[in-house]
Write a protein that binds this ligand. Structure first.
Ligand SMILES: O=P(O)(O)OC[C@H]1O[C@H](O[C@H]2O[C@H](CO)[C@@H](O)[C@H](O)[C@H]2O)[C@H](O)[C@@H](O)[C@@H]1O
Length: 253
């Protein structure tokens, strides 16, 4: 574990999901969260008076399924979908120009190349190539580029871990974090963001601009994050450790 700052009671935790709280798997549907994940997140939320939000490229329904719905606050679809701790809900736009045609073109591409998988999240489309050969991967890159160009600025592309994701151009994880930071129990706290991926960089920048703590998970990488944890297991151990430090009555998990 690298030298992280000591936890402070006035922190607010923002946690990415895949690659941060849950190990990366071969397929989006085959991830296996730690059986202790819910317990660990509950203890961390208690330590910061409920100021804990989950922030993911997955839809909020999927975040809830994978985490036993521990977090009242969540942002899904790379910042396009938001649930506030008070129960407010901001839905993503399902009718972005170019998305319908994109879906048809990407479906045709996955029919053609066995190793490609299209994860249709309605408001965004994730084209996975973890199991694809070089030919399929190049076809994926070319097709995504062409779709983006044809959409004339309405769509943007996020290049995640073995995935290219088409999304409406507006909205990102950084904006979702700033939005959540404006309401209780987050307002007035110091934001701490933990993420593992290029798709988390906007949140690292937002946290840094608010004087917070940005932590990237994984191998050293060019990143706006100022601290690093090596693995998902280190993240879970660190969360347990800060919960126990701030709340010594927390029973060991
Ligand atoms: O923002 P995150 O919570 O990090 O989510 C990012 C994407 O995660 C998922 O894809 C990634 O994880 C899969 C399971 O480990 C892996 O098979 C895939 O290669 C990764 O890209 C998820 O399927 C996407 O919807 C998220 O956007």
């Amino acid at each position: 574990m690298t030298n992280l700052p000591d936890p402070e009671e006035h922190w607010a935790l923002f946690l990415d999901v895949d690659g941060t709280l849950i190990h990366i798997a071969e397929h989006p549907d085959s991830v296996q969260p730690s059986p202790r994940l819910g317990e660990i997140l509950n203890a961390a939320a208690d330590a910061f008076d409920g100021a804990l939000a989950l922030v993911s490229g997955r839809p909020i329904a999927e975040i809830d399924r994978l985490t036993e719905r521990v977090a009242p606050a969540a942002s899904g679809l790379h910042g396009l979908e938001l649930r506030t701790p008070a129960g407010g809900y901001e839905a993503p736009d399902h009718d972005t120009p170019g998305m319908h045609t994109a879906r048809e073109r990407l479906q045709a591409l996955t029919d053609e190349h066995a190793g490609l998988y299209l994860e249709d999240k309605q408001a965004t489309l994730a084209l996975h190539f973890r199991q694809a050969d070089d030919t399929a991967r190049r076809a994926a890159e070319d097709t995504i580029d062409a779709i983006k160009n044809d959409a004339g600025g309405a769509l943007s592309v996020l290049a995640g871990k073995s995935v290219l994701e088409l999304k409406p151009a507006r909205g990102n994880k950084g904006r979702a974090l700033q939005r959540l930071m404006s309401d209780p129990p987050f307002a007035g706290r110091c934001p701490v963001y933990v993420g593992d991926d290029v798709t988390d960089e906007a949140a690292f920048v937002a946290v840094n601009s608010l004087g917070g703590v940005s932590i990237r998970v994984g191998e050293p990488a060019v990143s706006a994050a100022r601290y690093r944890l090596n693995t998902v297991d280190e993240v879970l151990a660190w969360l347990e450790q800060i919960a126990t430090t701030l709340n010594p009555e927390t029973p060991p998990t």
